[in-house]
Design a protein. Structure first.
Length: 279
């Protein structure tokens, strides 16, 4: 059994009795970090009175910076997510009416679908059910950029090319109307990502097959940015056709990062999906 890394995580829970108990687990994407969900964390925790849990994947944000390629296999990343889910559920072991939701972005959506499949098929995990799932910037197959030959170059060459990689990514990832300061803040923060980690992540990236996706009956909301060129909304449309119980919403004036570009729109769309009776 591999020892599990100590991943950075934050839990925000309500002690007071709530009419309805909801726990939302936020999962970021490749090269992202939990902090990208700040606007959603605050909205759902403070305004919607949800329990909220966020974490940084291995090699990301404030989690340990591993250079071991094994840490970045899809199976290990899903195992880490499963362990974070169990950790998030610990304070609620006595509660029978807790609703559990996952809100994921980009590669986090692939890992979350693989987790749902694991929860449905593996005996030791089958006592945990997820009530609803939200997939932001999802894809029906490995996005083109993940298999780019550039990720076969040595790290020192990638480091030298980093400004070009970063600027090409920005062109595809942001809506033209996104404020320049937001784009540059994100560029500064993602510049701390190790290229060893990105290489290990992208070279081993694996999105769930049609066969797996077609077995996931959890109610699902797909959210796509109209101008996203990293995971274009046509990909979410294809995923919607395969998922048995999914709806799709496209956010205009947004590309790959609706949670940063259009936080209020995303908050309202997700809220309407999770709590249709409360609107």
């Amino acid at each position: 059994v591999m020892s599990q890394p100590q991943l950075y995580h934050e839990a925000f829970t309500w002690d007071e009795p709530l009419e309805e108990e909801h726990l939302i687990i936020f999962v970021h994407g490749a090269g992202g970090r939990s902090e990208q969900w700040s606007a959603q964390r605050d909205f759902f925790q403070k305004e919607k009175k949800c329990h909220v849990f966020l974490y940084d994947m291995i090699g990301h944000g404030m989690s340990p910076k591993s250079i071991d390629w094994n840490d970045y296999t899809p199976q290990n990343l899903v195992d880490h997510l499963y362990n974070m889910l169990k950790l998030a559920l610990e304070p609620f072991s006595h509660k029978t009416n807790l609703k559990k939701h996952i809100v994921a972005h980009s590669y986090g959506t692939a890992l979350s679908l693989l987790l749902l499949h694991k929860l449905q098929t593996e005996e030791e995990t089958s006592q945990i059910t997820i009530d609803k799932i939200v997939l932001v910037g999802a894809a029906a197959e490995n996005p083109g950029g993940s298999a780019h030959p550039i990720w076969y170059l040595p790290e020192w060459v990638l480091e030298w090319l980093r400004p070009i990689i970063s600027s090409e990514f920005a062109k595809k990832a942001w809506h033209p109307s996104t404020p320049a300061d937001l784009i540059s803040q994100e560029a500064v923060k993602s510049s701390t990502n190790s290229l060893t980690m990105m290489k290990a992540l992208l070279r081993q990236m694996n999105w769930p097959s049609k066969e797996i996706v077609s077995t996931i009956h959890t109610p699902c909301l797909l959210v796509a940015g109209a101008a996203d060129e990293i995971t274009p909304h046509a990909q979410s449309l294809r995923l919607q056709e395969t998922l048995p119980n999914a709806q799709l919403v496209v956010i205009e004036e947004s590309a790959h990062f609706p949670m940063l570009e259009q936080p209020s729109s995303l908050n309202n769309i997700v809220s309407n999906f999770l709590f249709p009776d409360k609107q």
